[in-house]
Every structure is written in structure tokens, then in C-alpha cells.
Write a protein that binds this ligand. Structure first.
Ligand code: HEM
Ligand code: CU
Length: 663
């Protein structure tokens, strides 16, 4: 074939806009995204910020900056996942509304679920781990700063690839669980599933590396004197979460990889008609999937434990039982995965075992709830925004837990399974637990990250929109579930009698959407107008991060503090000895070695993206090009000995003096 210019253009147009797949809504969204991208480029060019972007962000290995990168990604994905949710709720607002087609509905619940779990909640967790954990345990950085950047850029490659599906080639449509046969080539020949598999595989490598990093950081990088049992609860949460990720992600990786082989290499691991076992995939997926829900909620438990102690001005009640219950939940969560498919016929003995193991988790969870309540008991409570989220979290999570126990009751689950009762249950725990916890953490640590607090009044408005909106959305869904409405249903006829409840649910969803907009406004407003003073320790905090200036200097601690007990910063303030904690005499300042910026994690991520894109479309040349880039970047990282830069004592002295920290 002779490749003329017009035919090449035609090819590109056909590729971007395959006939019969493009719809006006999608093209509209793409135009909007194009404008968004162009305006970012325009801004960078207009204010000559390319160098700044490269030096400060794309090549950074500073955990505090990587935290900001994760935060930005998480908020963007919260927006996209939220728009997906609103499209679904709009379509279900009235019977037979047909705003979107059945096929589009499949795509939208798939991208919504996948994005919210993997690309919104996970990066928000790593944003807070990065922003807080090293400061909290008295470390200069994470254990492996370069690996930290690699983790982020692999995650970014996954996010970019996943979102590219919307623009080039078509979105995945088999649910966030991607069960066969829905993912089999025979029934699903587009590239959407390839995108899903490859994006999650790449991001998953990043997440696993990040887990290793935080595991080692918490175990090895603690300040002298900070024994494990003196660690703040959030650090315990990071430790347990990382341990969960380390053992939960491998089964997911295997499941995704074998599905990919079934599609690209025509193997038949999960293809029933050719002797494969779809149930094997389902087991692999949930062997990951159930621990995943605890990966999502343990950080929230850690955050609320910090928040409740600070704003009750009391030490956390039942510290040891908190640590024990976190660890118990971590271990138990590996033994419950079959509760996601009781109806698949494993038999009563197996089902009862997994039903009981699930219910067992209610015990350590209950212990934690009581400990938070007892911490507040008799405390001097300040109802700041993070505390409001705690107040709302407790009843919401208890109800989510109670409906979880109902779903774990095997005979009852035959009724509830795949109904809106389930949809309401998991949003109850995912929003009431994970999202509330993470938002509380964002409001709590924002001053530490950026040097100013988010406006409280706007924060409250967002909180109320979110919380009222939440119940208006999901309470009707429990009822709809009991009335027989099944999950993933794209529309329904009027005679079902589901219309009123569905309309309420949609109204609530839009209230939550408004809450999100208020949070964005809150951030933009506070960035401009919030006072910059008194941000070092605005909440009268208890843990080490509040002993530092906000934002913390690049090296965090000029001198690593020595810790003598729990709540070390609070204890120092009580003793009237804040100077004793990590501050320096003028003559004491020594040069420090800090990790040096590097472009290699970014190039590695980019190469993974190229390779992934090539694999999605089976473009061999592109795949090989990407693979070459991956290998080159890895080898370069491996042999790069120039990893440290030296910070002069004079520079450190200047920074410390500017924040009044030289004695
Ligand atoms: C504004 C808040 C939210 C609304 C209104 C909302 C709404 C919805 C709707 C309408 C569905 C599809 C139900 C169906 O047809 O089966 C859904 C599914 C789902 N949502 Fe949400 N959601 C919200 C937030 C979240 C968050 C924060 C998460 C996770 C952290 C999440 C995770 C999921 C998952 C995993 C699914 C299942 C997708 C699947 O069936 O494959 N959602 N949500
Ligand atoms: Cu589960």
C-alpha cells in the first residue's frame, strides 16, 4: 500500500474517531480536555515556567513534593470519577431517561469504580503518607527517595494510560472487577480491556514499590528513641497498609497478567470453552480485592486516631489495643475473600467459614470505634473540619459495617448479592470511611504541606453538602436494593416503582458534587487569602511533624530529634522544652547530604507509558521502543552513582534562622 498524505490523515482520523463509537458527549468532553491542556501549556509558556516545572516537580525526589504530585493527581481523578458518578445518577434519575446508552453505562461504571479505587483513593493515601510519615517519625526522607519518585511516575503512567482510553480507542467496560468472560477477546474485542489491564499492571508495580518503601521507612528510619510502641498511630497505619499491599497486589498482578495473555497471546487460563477456569480469576481478584478495602481504610483509621487526640487535647485512648486491632484487621483481611462470591456455589462449609471470618473483623473494628469515643470522653473538644469528618465517620462507618455483616450472612447474601443494597453498603464504607478519613487528613495536614490552613467556614459548608448529600444518595439505595433493583442496571421501567427513590439518590449525588466544588473553591480561595502566620503548629499538635516549620525545609530536621515517649512534641511543649527537640546551636550546624534530583524516574514512567500504549494496540514497534526505554532508564538508574548533593552549613543556618529555629 502506498501511504499518501491524505490517506495517512484519514487513518489518524479513523483511529481517533472509529466509526459508530464516537458520540457527541464524548467529543464535547475531548474538546474541553483539549482546551484544558492547551491552557496549561499556555500558562507555562506565558510565565516561562517550563524550567520550574522540570526542576521543582518532574525531577524531584523530595517526599514532600511527591506528596503534592499525588495530591494533584488524586483531585483530578476525584473530579473525573465524580463526573462519571453523576452521569450514571443522571441516567437513573427517571425511568427510561436514556441520557447515555447501555454501552456507555457499562463504560462509565467501569471507569468510575476503577478510578475511584485505584486512581483517587490510592494516590490520596500515598499523598498523605509522603507528606507526613517521614516528618512524623523524625526522618529526613523516605528510605529510598529515588524509588519513591519511580513509584509516582509508574503510577502516573498508569493513570495517563487509563484515561487515554477515553480519547483513543475506547473505554473498558467490564466493571472494576473485570471478570471473565466479560473480558475475553471473543466477547470483548475492543482495546478497552487492554487499557484496563495494562494501566493497572503498570500502576500496580509503582504501588508495590511504594509499599516496600514505606515498610522500610517506618521500620528503619525512625528517630532515636521512637520505638515501635511509641509511634503515632498514623505510622502504624502506614506500616500495616504497606504490609497489606505487599502481599495483596501480587495475586492481582497474576490475575491481570494471565487475562492479558488470554487476550494477546490466545492462552486460555480463564477461558471456559477452552478448558480455562474463570473462577480462578475471581479468586485471584478478591484475594487482592478484600485486603484492598482495608488498604483503603486503615490509613483513615490512622488519620482519625491523630485527629481525635489533637482536637480532644488528650492522648489517644487505648494505644496498645489500637495497634493490636490494626494488626488483627490486617491479618484477618486475608481470610475473607470468598464473601464476594458466596453465590458461586462453593458449598455451605466454605461459605460459612468465610461468613464467620468476615464477621470476626467487626470485633477489632468495634474496639477502635470505642477507643475513639473514649478519647473524646472528657476531652476539650474543638469541632474543626477534621473533627466534623470524624463525627460523621463514626455512625456512617458503623452502619456500613453493620450492613457488611448482613451481607456476610450467607443465606441473606443470596438475596442481597449484586443488588443496590450492596452498592449502598460499599459506598457507605468507602465514602464514610476512606474518603472522610482522607479529607480529614487533607484538612488536618494542609497547613503542614503548604504553610496555610484551609478556610474553616468553607470547609464546613463542603462538609455539610457532602454528608447530607451522602445520606440522600445512599439511603434510598438500600431500599432500592431490597425492592429488587440490581447493580449495574443502566435504566428501568416506570412500573417498578423505583422512580422516587432513584430521583432522591440523584439529587443527593449532585449535592455531593457541589461539595466537591466547594472544596476546590476552598483550596483556591485559601491559597490566595489565608493568613500565612502561625501555620507551624496551628492545631497545637502532639506529634513530631508539628515541631517543624510549615512547609518543612528540604532536609526536614536540621538535627534528628531524640524521642522519649509517645506524643513527643506535646511532651516537649508540656516540659517547656521545645528547643530540645531537633533544634541547633549556631555552631552545631553540619553539612547534610540530600538526595539529588533525577530525570530517570520520569523517563522510566514515560517509557512504561509508551510500552503500555504499544501493547494496548499490539503495535510491535511502539512496544519495543517503550521496552527499550524502560531497560535504558532502569540500567541508568542502576548505575547512577551521582545520587547525593551536599547542603552547606551556611545554607542550613540561614533556613533555620529564618524560621527562628536557631538557639
Ligand atoms: C459522589 C459520590 C459517589 C456517587 C454518587 C457514586 C455513584 C455510583 C454509582 C451510580 C455506581 C454504579 C452502580 C451500578 O450501576 O451498579 C457506582 C459504582 C461504584 N462506585 Fe461509586 N459513587 C461515588 C463515590 C465513590 C467512591 C468515593 C468510590 C471509591 C473510593 C466509589 C467506588 C465505586 C465502585 C468500586 C463501584 C462499582 C463499579 C462496578 O460495578 O464495577 N464510588 N458508584
Ligand atoms: Cu471483602
Amino acid at each position: 500500500m502506498v501511504l499518501s498524505v491524505p490517506s495517512a490523515i484519514l487513518y489518524v482520523i479513523r483511529f481517533l474517531f472509529p466509526p459508530g463509537v464516537r458520540r457527541p458527549t464524548e467529543i464535547g468532553a475531548e474538546v474541553l480536555m483539549g482546551f484544558g491542556l492547551l491552557s496549561v501549556v499556555w500558562w507555562l509558556a506565558r510565565y516561562k515556567r517550563w524550567g520550574w516545572l522540570w526542576r521543582e516537580w518532574l525531577t524531584t525526589v523530595d517526599h514532600k513534593k511527591i506528596a503534592v504530585l499525588y495530591l494533584v493527581a488524586a483531585f483530578l481523578m476525584m473530579f473525573r470519577g465524580g463526573v462519571d458518578a453523576l452521569m450514571m445518577r443522571l441516567n437513573l434519575a427517571l425511568p427510561q431517561l436514556h441520557v447515555i446508552t447501555a454501552e456507555e453505562y457499562n463504560e462509565v461504571f467501569t471507569t468510575h469504580g476503577t478510578i475511584m479505587i485505584f486512581f483517587m483513593a490510592m494516590p490520596l493515601i500515598f499523598a498523605l503518607f509522603n507528606a507526613v510519615i517521614p516528618l512524623m517519625i523524625g526522618a529526613r526522607d523516605v528510605a529510598f527517595p529515588r524509588l519513591n519518585a519511580v513509584s509516582f511516575w509508574l503510577f502516573a503512567a498508569g493513570v495517563d494510560l487509563f484515561n487515554l482510553a477515553f480519547i483513543v480507542g475506547g473505554s473498558p467496560n467490564a466493571g472494576w472487577t473485570a471478570y471473565p468472560p466479560l473480558t475475553e477477546l471473543q466477547f470483548n474485542s475492543g482495546v478497552g480491556i487492554n487499557y484496563y489491564l495494562i494501566a493497572l499492571l503498570i500502576a500496580g508495580i509503582g504501588t508495590t514499590l511504594a509499599a516496600i518503601n514505606f515498610l522500610v521507612t517506618v521500620l528503619w528510619m525512625r528517630a532515636p528513641g521512637m520505638t515501635l510502641m511509641r509511634m503515632p498511630l498514623f505510622a502504624w497505619a502506614a506500616l500495616n497498609t504497606s504490609a497489606l499491599i505487599l502481599f495483596a497486589f501480587p495475586p492481582l498482578t497474576v490475575g491481570l497478567l494471565l487475562t492479558l495473555l488470554d487476550r494477546l497471546a490466545r492462552t486460555a487460563f480463564f477461558t471456559l470453552t477452552r478448558g480455562g477456569m474463570p473462577m480462578m480469576y475471581v479468586n485471584l481478584f478478591w484475594l487482592f480485592g478484600h485486603p484492598e478495602v482495608y488498604i483503603l481504610v486503615l490509613p483513615a483509621f490512622g488519620i482519625f486516631s491523630e485527629v481525635v487526640a489533637t482536637f480532644s487535647r488528650k492522648t489517644l485512648f487505648g494505644y496498645t489495643s489500637m495497634v493490636a486491632s490494626l494488626t488483627a484487621i490486617m491479618l484477618l483481611s486475608y481470610g475473607t475473600w470468598v464473601h464476594h462470591f458466596f453465590t458461586m456455589g462453593a458449598g455451605p462449609a466454605v461459605n460459612v467459614f468465610f461468613g464467620l471470618s468476615t464477621m470476626l473483623i467487626a470485633i477489632p473494628t468495634g474496639v477502635k470505634i470505642f477507643n475513639w469515643l473514649f478519647t473524646m470522653w472528657g476531652g476539650k473538644i474543638r469541632t474543626t473540619v477534621p473533627m466534623l469528618y470524624l463525627f460523621a465517620f463514626i455512625p456512617t462507618f458503623v452502619i456500613g459495617g453493620a450492613t457488611g455483616v448482613q451481607l456476610a450472612t450467607v443465606p441473606a447474601d443470596y438475596q442481597f448479592h449484586n443488588s443496590y443494597y450492596l452498592v449502598a453498603h460499599f459506598h457507605n464504607v468507602l465514602i464514610g470511611g476512606t474518603v472522610y478519613g482522607l479529607l480529614a487528613g487533607v484538612y488536618y495536614w494542609w497547613p503542614k504541606m503548604f504553610g496555610y490552613a484551609l478556610d474553616e467556614r468553607q470547609g464546613r459548608i463542603a462538609f455539610w453538602l457532602f454528608t447530607v448529600g451522602f445520606w440522600v444518595t445512599f439511603l434510598p439505595q438500600y431500599l432500592l436494593g431490597l425492592m429488587g433493583m440490581t447493580r449495574r442496571m443502566w435504566t428501568y421501567p416506570a412500573w417498578t416503582g423505583w422512580s422516587a427513590l432513584n430521583l432522591w439518590s440523584t439529587v443527593g449525588a449532585f449535592m455531593m458534587g457541589a461539595g466537591f466544588l466547594v472544596i476546590v473553591y476552598n483550596i483556591l480561595w485559601s491559597r490566595r487569602h489565608a493568613p500565612r502566620e502561625a501555620a507551624d503548629d496551628p492545631w497545637d499538635g502532639r506529634t513530631l511533624e508539628w515541631s517543624l516549620p510549615s512547609p518543612a525545609p528540604e532536609y526536614n530536621f536540621a538535627r534528628i530529634p531524640t524521642v522519649a515517649g509517645r506524643d513527643a512534641w506535646w511532651a516537649a511543649k508540656e516540659r517547656g522544652d521545645v528547643g530540645g527537640l531537633g533544634r541547633l546551636e549556631l555552631g552545631e550546624v553540619e553539612a547534610l547530604d540530600l538526595p539529588k534530583n533525577t530525570a530517570l524516574p520520569f523517563t522510566l514512567g514515560t517509557a512504561f507509558f509508551v510500552m503500555g500504549f504499544g501493547l494496548v494496540f499490539s503495535f510491535t514497534a511502539v512496544t519495543l521502543l517503550g521496552l527499550l526505554g524502560v531497560m535504558a532508564s532502569t540500567v541508568a538508574l542502576w548505575f547512577d552513582d551521582d545520587q547525593w548533593k551536599r547542603l552547606d552549613p551556611d545554607d542550613i543556618r540561614r533556613v533555620e534562622a529564618a524560621s527562628g529555629r536557631l538557639m
